[in-house]
Ligand binder design. Structure first.
Ligand code: CAO
Length: 472
């Protein structure tokens, strides 16, 4: 394996008899990391829907097509910077000049088959044999040969809460345009279905029965998309009113959007606002930063919030739980996620076992994980298994906001900018200037009632006011 990077121009492979096929979806954005065979774009002719797989692992450095463009074999679609590190030499001979996708997993007879051929075979076989549409992906050949398919892209995605459901969303959907059309009409999410057709392909019947089932019993968590009875989304011809610009959203942004919308719609959120007096804490923080200036460890407010949250979660175990059907799962481990703003979108790295870590270690991990997050280098492990999340906008500003709960967690702490305020002192019978930190706790009202939430935040504020209480 060589760590040297090289540029790879990825072109549309041999797609059989099809030419000038419209691009219906761009599945990657510049800056995305992909592995071998990740779908890059989707093409849809009137006969077939085809994902063009990545010929190698790497980072997308340019995208040369947009939705609606018509492409044919050899059209340049994407530039990749590859290191060769994720290429399996047994499965992936070097891509020839011109960027034609390299070989796919070997079939049973051991001879490697280039994906271009597989794509062409599948598309033309299907078009000829069944005259129906087909989604072609090299995964099919891997599955047919008993070799494991690629893990879902979410594994490498630095997206928000890549739960298995989200991973499903990133798997290719094996459905014809007509099945997709039925799904669109009925409002059925194809990513949730298991196809009963040949090689797991989704059939019209799969979609119709899923729709009937959703309508009768409702979706998980008691919410059915069809039951919401929402008005159609407004359609506006923006260009009629002036010049516009269309910008591709990153995969992280698109995945986050799906998660946030689901969590907002399914979970009844209530946000409890309060303030913590962190005057003493701030003085101690400054002292610690001075003491550790040579170690490269920076103690931000978030470091203390994590420690104080763990102490508070221990006192209020319901906040460190998840709903599982009729049961509540109380977790005896404390994995604290923190929302991180990155150029590609919002991600939530997790400090695992935060209860067993001291402030220095938490501060160090915060620095390391947020740096990795911004570079898009977080692993799935580093973003999973959170039990409680913190979203700190304190470095930017604000006085309160409503953070959205990171399902399946049941609460999230939002933090905004600390400010010096006059606080009445009974002892001194006067107002004294105190540094007050605004706290906004959103909680799942199905699990937590308002009084508990108010007590939780008061307790948290008390701990932040005197961090010795962490030791209690
Ligand atoms: N009040 C006052 N100052 C604060 C503060 C607060 N609540 N929180 C942070 N600050 C200060 C820090 O102390 C630091 O100042 P100094 O350099 O003088 O010490 C400065 O603001 C920058 O801090 P930071 O935000 O970089 O560091 P952090 O550890 O507090 O936060 C991180 C790290 C990763 C959470 C943050 O960078 C980030 O990405 N925040 C955005 C999270 C987000 O997008 N949330 C919304 C999600 S929902 O849409």
């Amino acid at each position: 394996m060589s760590a040297a990077t090289r540029q790879l121009n990825v072109t549309v492979p041999d797609i059989g008899d099809f030419g000038a096929v419209p691009v219906i979806e761009i599945l990657v954005s510049v800056g995305d990391t992909v592995v071998l065979e990740d779908p890059l774009i989707t093409l849809e002719s009137d006969k077939a829907t085809m994902d063009v797989p990545s010929p190698a692992a790497g980072t997308v450095t340019a995208i040369h097509v947009k939705v609606g463009d018509k492409v044919s074999e050899g059209t340049l679609i994407v530039d990749l910077e590859t290191t060769g590190e994720e290429e399996d030499p047994a499965q992936t001979p070097p891509a020839p000049a011109g960027g034609v996708p390299a070989a796919s997993p070997a079939p049973a007879d051991g001879a490697p088959v280039p994906p271009a051929e597989i794509v062409a075979q599948r598309a033309s076989q299907s078009a000829l044999a069944t005259a129906t549409d087909v989604t072609t992906r090299v995964d099919e050949s891997a599955q047919a040969n008993g070799t494991p398919a690629q893990p879902p892209r979410a594994d490498r995605e630095t997206g928000n809460t890549p739960a298995s459901e989200d991973a499903n969303r990133l798997e290719p959907v094996y459905a014809s345009p007509s099945v997709r059309r039925i799904a669109r009409e009925l409002g059925v999410d194809l990513h949730r279905l298991h196809g009963t057709g040949r090689k797991g392909r989704l059939t019209p019947e799969d979609v119709r029965s899923a729709h009937a089932q959703e309508a009768s019993v409702g979706a998980p968590n008691g919410v059915s998309g069809t039951d919401l009875n929402l008005a159609p989304w407004p359609t506006v011809d923006f260009e009629m009113f002036g010049e516009t610009e269309r910008v591709q959203r990153t995969r992280i942004q698109r995945i986050s959007a799906l998660n946030l919308a689901r969590n907002w719609v399914v979970i009844p959120h209530v946000t409890q606002n309060d303030e913590a007096d962190i005057t003493e804490l701030e003085a101690w923080r400054a002292q610690l930063n001075a003491e550790h200036s040579a170690d490269g460890v920076k103690f931000t407010v978030l470091t203390f919030l994590i420690a104080a949250s763990v102490a508070t979660l221990k006192a209020f175990p319901t906040f460190n739980s998840s709903l599982d059907g009729e049961e509540l799962v109380l977790k005896h481990y404390f994995n604290i996620g923190f929302a991180t703003d990155t150029p590609n979108g919002l991600v939530v790295p997790v400090i695992r076992g935060a209860d067993g870590k001291g402030l220095v270690q938490i501060a160090r991990e915060l620095g390391e994980l947020s740096a990795k997050a911004r570079e898009g280098k977080l692993s799935r492990d580093e973003m999973s298994s959170g039990t409680f999340s913190i979203s700190s906008l304190g470095g930017i500003g604000g006085t309160s906001f409503t953070p959205i709960i990171n399902a399946p967690e049941v609460a999230i702490l939002g933090v905004t900018r600390a400010a010096i305020k006059p606080v009445w002192s009974e002892a001194q019978q006067s107002f004294t200037p105190r540094l007050m930190l605004p706290l906004s706790l959103s909680y799942d009202h199905r699990v937590i009632d308002g009084a508990s939430a108010a007590r939780f935040v008061v307790h948290l504020a008390t701990v932040l006011g005197d961090l010795r209480r962490v030791l209690l």
